[in-house]
Design a protein around this ligand. Structure first.
Ligand code: ANZ
Ligand code: ZN
Length: 797
């Protein structure tokens, strides 16, 4: 018998697939779309080419591969593309680390990743590859941006922004982790800048409501729900006599309004600027620099009294106004009414500064010390107090969201240029569509410097206003890389289109993505931004669906020493060496065998040898079957039954449960039972099934063995089908009596209930005729043995 030589057979089959374009999607012709096979769009998040592949990538793309193979072999027309998220901080930072130009480093990494992907044998439609840094892609990112701009979905505003002093750039809230820059770990400071924003907040309710229709894991939905953070309550106006202004607060507990004993402004609140003491200035400076989470959570509350007072609209009480950094500037109105009896943070503050605490809700949940509202249950009290405030024009029911508009501009070089020209007369003007792309200029020094490096490209910057012709300047900021990845899944549907970003008919044919797979670190930002784009584009008439990702599978982390494998953590294991040594198939199998794919897993190479042994065993057994197994019907013996059981388990694991490790175990069990007796007439059936079931994981060796079993094109062969009766295990011979006399015997599964046994007995061939037209008096069941049917007296034969 030949040895199992992964290097040889993997090359062989990869060449065949390439030559036959086995995994390239059939794009229907626009205008006459065919829908013969149901379409299935299978996608994994595209990689940042900021390094080369590691085992985390191997997990994600093997997962996608399995799902794509499974769907294709279940008769679906599968689209499974790949691309590179090649603009943005990850790639630029990699270039800075390595001291090269971002384009060179990025393109070198893309080459290397693509080669690895081909070497691992992932079934990808390479005709559709995109890279977001190429002008033929970002031309359309700019086009899409301009549609948002025209519709008022994009605006410019001066805003306090989070600034990373090391990267010299503004960060999105999401890129700040524990007050530090997510990329480099530097402490983030606050700074005021004119910035570009996507108006995502008007979509907050839709983003929440439409989650009902998504087949996503509950924990991912919960993360999005928290991110959007919808709170119902009221906005209440407090009067500040000293300043002659009304200040609104947002509260979720208007029922506690009588318990407000002080009032707090965030240090960033605009009114605070009117205070001119050194103490206040110093407090504000320190508070502003602190991390958001730390400010909110700190046990030891700090604050400074303003000398002002706010008037509570329900009882006219004047309460002191403090400035304290546990109140955050970017939530609600940046000011609160403090109710220390019911709010933990307010209580800590009151205890620290010796402020009064007044109970307004009793143990039974009814209002007390609340004037005319006393004794109302809290919920009713809420409504009545809101009603009373509304009557006086001092408040209204309000909904508040944690979600902020999306700050999209970056003062960095390696990103998509924002296609806007600033004119003194006309303001920000869109670059006309026929002048796109605005090409990213070549510059000497692309290092971050506080203003965008693009500002140094004088010739590029100075242009005439597209509207009035006056000398003007281009926008020098670039886009957040999340803009590029908010629409890439649409471009894959029509990647070569030079007239438009996509043909609507093609986009609607393939979209939305039926199966999306990726890391849960993108469960909020990327997956919220893409959902927002989808909704806004559909509202503009450019797309025909409101949700981009119908089903989502979030893979766990591949870790090394309990730390997520990543370039940043410096604990990368790449697949190259392992594929060289063990072959791609054992590596692919092993990464899914370590544990449940949606849980974190510790990478060790130890088990890889075992996986190679399994593949070799499969190889040997199949060869023995080819040589010695008799041809013929598999029959219904134990091996045939075991095979059907395995088909059922793997089908359920891949098609419904997404339990990828248990499917491998099931095939292993089958192969174990197969080995001792290849002479069984069912052996050939069992071997073919094992090969067929393992194909999504180990497509090369499966294809080779399939060929040796005398078949061809396993990648296109129908998925094995279960015969349900073969799943009924463990049968016994049921004796059927009529009036105490044995009339028939039938083979029945042992797990049947008494009622089911009676049905089987009545249906027994020689009994059925006897019962015709007879009334049954009684049935007696002896478990695992017999059923006696006693006919009603007068009709006894
Ligand atoms: C009075 C009150 C009494 C409150 C009570 C809560 C409990 P969620 O649920 O997260 O929406 N708040 C409002 N704006 C704030 C800000 N900028 N910084 C810090 N805290 C702020 O939280 C809403 C509650 O958080 C609001 O309701 C307000 O305190 C506080 F028993 O008002 B509450
Ligand atoms: Zn102009």
């Amino acid at each position: 018998m030949e040895r199992y030589e992964p290097q040889r057979i993997e090359k062989k089959w990869q060449a065949v697939w390439e030559a036959e374009k086995a995994f390239y999607a059939q794009s229907p012709q626009p205008g006459k779309l065919s829908d013969e096979a149901p379409k299935s769009y299978v996608l994994e998040m595209l990689p940042y080419p900021s390094g080369t592949l590691h085992m985390g990538h191997v997990l994600v793309y093997t997962l996608g591969d399995i799902l794509a193979h499974f769907r294709r072999r279940n008769g679906m027309n599968v689209l499974r593309p790949m691309g590179f998220d090649s603009f943005g901080l990850p790639s630029e930072n990699a270039a800075i680390r390595e001291g090269g130009h971002p384009r060179e480093i990025t393109e070198r990494n893309i080459e290397a990743i693509r080669a690895s992907m081909k070497r691992i044998g992932w079934a990808i439609d390479w005709d559709r590859e995109i890279s977001t840094h190429l002008p033929e892609y970002y031309k359309w990112t700019q086009w899409v941006f301009l549609r948002f701009f025209e519709q008022g979905h994009v605006y410019r505003a001066n805003a306090p922004v989070k600034w990373c002093p090391k990267d010299q750039t503004v960060l999105a809230n999401e890129q700040v982790k524990d007050g530090r820059c997510e990329r480099c770990g530097s402490e983030v400071v606050s700074k005021n800048l004119e910035q570009w924003f996507f108006r995502i907040t008007p979509y907050a309710d839709q983003l929440l409501d439409d989650m009902d229709g998504l087949d996503w894991p509950e924990r991912i939905l919960a993360m999005q729900r928290h991110w959007i953070g919808r709170s119902e309550g009221a906005e209440v106006l407090f009067r500040i006599d000293e300043l002659d202004v009304d200040v609104p607060v947002f509260t979720t507990r208007p029922d506690t309004l009588f318990g407000a004993t002080f009032f707090v402004l965030a240090p960033e609140h605009e009114l605070v600027e009117r205070l001119d003491s050194d103490e206040m200035r110093e407090y504000v400076r320190r508070g502003v620099a602190k991390k958001g989470e730390e400010r909110a959570a700190a046990e030891q509350k700090t604050g400074v009294f303003t000398g002002w007072h706010a008037t509570n609209p329900v009882n006219g009480e004047r309460i002191p106004i403090w400035v304290a950094d546990y109140v955050l500037p970017d939530y609600g109105t940046g000011a609160i009414m403090a109710v220390p009896a019911n709010d933990e943070r307010d209580r800590q503050f009151a205890e620290t500064f010796d402020l009064p605490i007044r109970e307004v809700i009793d143990e039974d949940g009814a209002l007390v010390n609340s004037g005319e509202f006393d004794r109302l249950p809290a919920e009713e009290g809420k409504q009545r107090i809101i009603g009373s405030l509304a009557d006086q024009g001092r408040g209204r029911a309000a909904v508040n969201f944690r979600l902020r508009d999306w700050l999209l501009s970056r003062q960095r070089y390696w990103g998509c240029p924002i296609p806007i020209v600033h004119c003194d007369e006309c303001g920000p003007v869109a670059v006309p569509d026929d002048q796109l792309p605005v090409v990213l200029p070549e510059i000497e020094d692309y290092m971050p410097k506080g203003v965008s490096p693009l500002a140094t490209a004088e010739e590029w910057v100075n242009v005439d206003c597209p509207r009035c012709g006056r000398p003007s300047r281009r926008e020098v900021d670039t886009m957040d890389t999340f803009v590029d990845s908010s629409w890439y899944f649409i471009r894959y549907c029509d990647p070569d289109n030079t007239e438009a970003p996509w043909d609507r008919e093609l986009a609607d044919f393939w979209g939305p993505v039926d199966q999306y797979t990726g890391g849960v670190d993108h469960a909020t930002m990327h997956m919220i931004y893409a959902r927002y784009f989808c909704k806004a584009l559909t509202d503009m008439g450019l797309l025909g669906y409101r949700e981009p990702f119908l089903k989502f599978f979030g893979n766990g982390w591949v870790q090394m020493g309990q730390v997520k494998m990543s370039k940043r953590a410096g604990n990368i294991v790449g697949p190259e060496q392992l594929v060289e040594e063990f072959g791609a198939d054992p590596v692919r199998l092993y990464i899914l065998f370590i544990g449940p794919a949606d849980e974190d897993m510790e990478w060790t190479e130890g088990g890889l040898e075992g996986m190679r042994k399994f593949v070799r065993r499969l190889w040997r057994v199949v060869h023995e079957v080819v040589e010695r197994a008799p041809e013929g019907e598999p029959g219904d013996g134990p091996l045939a039954r075991k095979t059907h059981e395995t088909i059922a388990r793997v089908t359920d694991d891949l098609g419904r449960r997404y339990s990828f490790n248990t499917a491998i175990s099931a095939v292993m069990e089958l192969v174990n039972e197969l080995s001792p007796r290849p002479g069984d007439p069912a052996a050939r059936f069992a071997a073919e099934s094992a090969v067929s079931l393992i194909q999504p994981y180990a497509p090369h060796v499966a294809e080779e063995l399939w060929e040796r079993l005398g078949n061809e094109r396993l990648w296109a062969a129908p998925w094995p089908v279960v015969v349900p009766e073969m799943l009924e295990r463990d049968t016994f011979q049921l004796v059927v009596q009529v009036n105490g006399k044995v009339r028939d015997r039938v083979e029945v599964p042992s797990e049947l209930s008494e009622d089911e046994l009676i049905e089987k007995a009545k249906a027994a061939p020689r009994v059925r005729a006897m019962l015709d037209g007879q009334e049954i008096g009684q049935t007696i069941v002896v478990p695992r043995k017999l059923v006696n049917i006693v006919l009603a007296k007068e009709n006894s034969p």
